[in-house]
Design a protein around this ligand. Structure first.
Ligand code: PLP
Length: 408
């Protein structure tokens, strides 16, 4: 490690809480799929901010939208209207409409993904009491094992990851955890108090876990039949990552609420939102929910530019094409250091042979060779390069992985 990196890492270790364990790379600049560290070394970014950078670093159209907005208006608060707000909501509603959500989707903007999940949980409970008729204070929401929906007290209350969950109680009641991928377990857990099922259509943090064929469609069918809302957390899976605008589209499923975040902010500002029909989001009346920064002018301007990119369709197409290349190459490494590979589009979870080291060991080896990736749990690594990655660069990154696996 050189002196510049070492100095920065020393400061972080001394003065920052140790809530992350970063690889020893100190990023200083970036463009597209490539980042440069403080010592001038270049790396291909194969994590893309956990999918917050789906369009790459500093996408010219997103930067232009942000710069133009910085010169006009950055914050108004929701106490007043501003001229980016209505168009942002209308354009995001229309984007959800392309995935079959209709006829009148509404948008509730927030900032971080966790806040959007909290919003969806609040909306579902309120809907349960005011529309479904569940006795006040009794609502239950069904979630899946292996879930990752954020870090707030209520959200970690229903996490089964001990690191995320333990010693943060007392916990928020009203959640039931059932095995991910088992639609019958969802059906069996539903009773008269159940207001919603909250799922990731593909589980990101768990290691890019793709559920069995038919699972999401069956959950959708059961939810409709039992008058339960289906909440799809597409914060990581959505907005082009899987080669579709929303991962639910692969399953032909339309949820009652889309929960969006990460890439919605274009890698520039935190932007999240819940999108759903008026019969659901309409339960929230003035004063009942909000956020000082949610739906601010800068966020809306960047969000609109993100939606404009998605409306071109080319990024989703690129996700599909690069995904074919990535998965083809990765399958070739099964038995050559990889135990298994899964994923959809430009998104892959790899299980490394534990005999070769932990996921972190492999990621350290990748960083040495100029590829940034991150382990999820144990010996699982997630690859999620930006959708703007050049095919030759992606190929090169897999060569580096093959080399790490071969030389361990
Ligand atoms: C990242 C993530 C969240 C939380 O988003 P934050 O912006 O970190 O609060 C929620 N759900 C999923 C599926 C995520 O990947």
């Amino acid at each position: 490690m050189t002196s510049a990196s070492g100095r920065h890492i020393g400061l972080a270790e001394r003065f920052a809480a140790h809530n992350y364990h970063p690889l020893p790379v100190v990023v200083a600049e970036a463009e597209g799929s490539w980042v440069t560290d403080v010592d001038g070394r270049r790396y291909l970014d194969c994590l893309a901010g956990y999918s917050a950078l789906n369009f790459g670093h500093r996408h010219p159209q997103l930067l232009a939208a942000a710069r133009a907005q910085l010169d006009r208006l950055t914050l108004s608060s929701r106490a007043f209207h501003h001229d980016q707000f209505g168009p942002f909501c209308a354009e995001l509603a229309a984007l959800a409409g392309t995935a079959g959500m209709g006829p009148d989707p509404m948008v509730l903007p927030m900032n971080t993904g966790s806040e959007a999940v909290e919003t969806a949980l609040k909306v579902a409970r309120k809907w349960g009491y005011e529309v479904k008729g569940v006795p006040d204070g009794q609502a239950t929401i069904i979630v899946a094992t292996g879930n990752f929906h954020g870090r707030t007290i209520s959200i970690v209350s229903f996490s089964d990851d001990p690191d995320a969950h333990d010693h943060f109680g007392p916990y928020t009641p009203g959640f039931r955890i059932v095995p991910y991928g088992d639609a019958k377990a969802v059906a069996d857990a539903i009773d008269d108090t159940t207001v919603a099922v909250l799922l990731e259509p593909i589980q990101g943090e768990a290691g890019v876990i793709v559920p069995p064929e038919g699972y999401l469609a069956e959950v959708r069918r059961v939810c409709t039949q039992r008058n339960v809302l289906f909440l799809a957390d597409e914060i990581q899976s959505g907005l082009g990552r899987t080669g579709a605008t929303f991962a639910c589209e692969h399953a032909g499923v339309v949820p009652d609420l889309f929960i969006l975040g990460k890439a919605l902010g274009g890698g520039i500002v935190p932007v999240s939102a819940v999108v759903g029909g008026a019969e659901v989001l309409g339960v929230i009346r003035p004063g009942q929910h909000g956020s000082t920064f949610g739906g601010n002018p800068l966020a809306c301007a960047v969000g609109r530019a993100v939606i404009a990119l998605l409306n071109e369709g080319t990024y989703q197409a690129r996700g599909r094409e690069l995904g074919v290349l990535l998965h083809e190459r990765l399958r070739g490494l099964v038995g050559q250091g990889l135990v298994s590979v899964r994923g959809v589009g430009l998104w892959a979870g790899l299980d490394v042979d534990p005999a070769l080291g932990t996921g972190r060991d492999i990621c350290a080896g990748l960083a040495d060779r100029g590829v940034l990736a991150k382990d999820t749990h144990g010996s699982t690594i997630r690859l999620a390069p930006p959708l703007v990655t050049e095919p030759a660069d992606l190929d090169w990154a897999v060569d580096q992985l093959a080399d790490v696996l071969r030389t361990r």
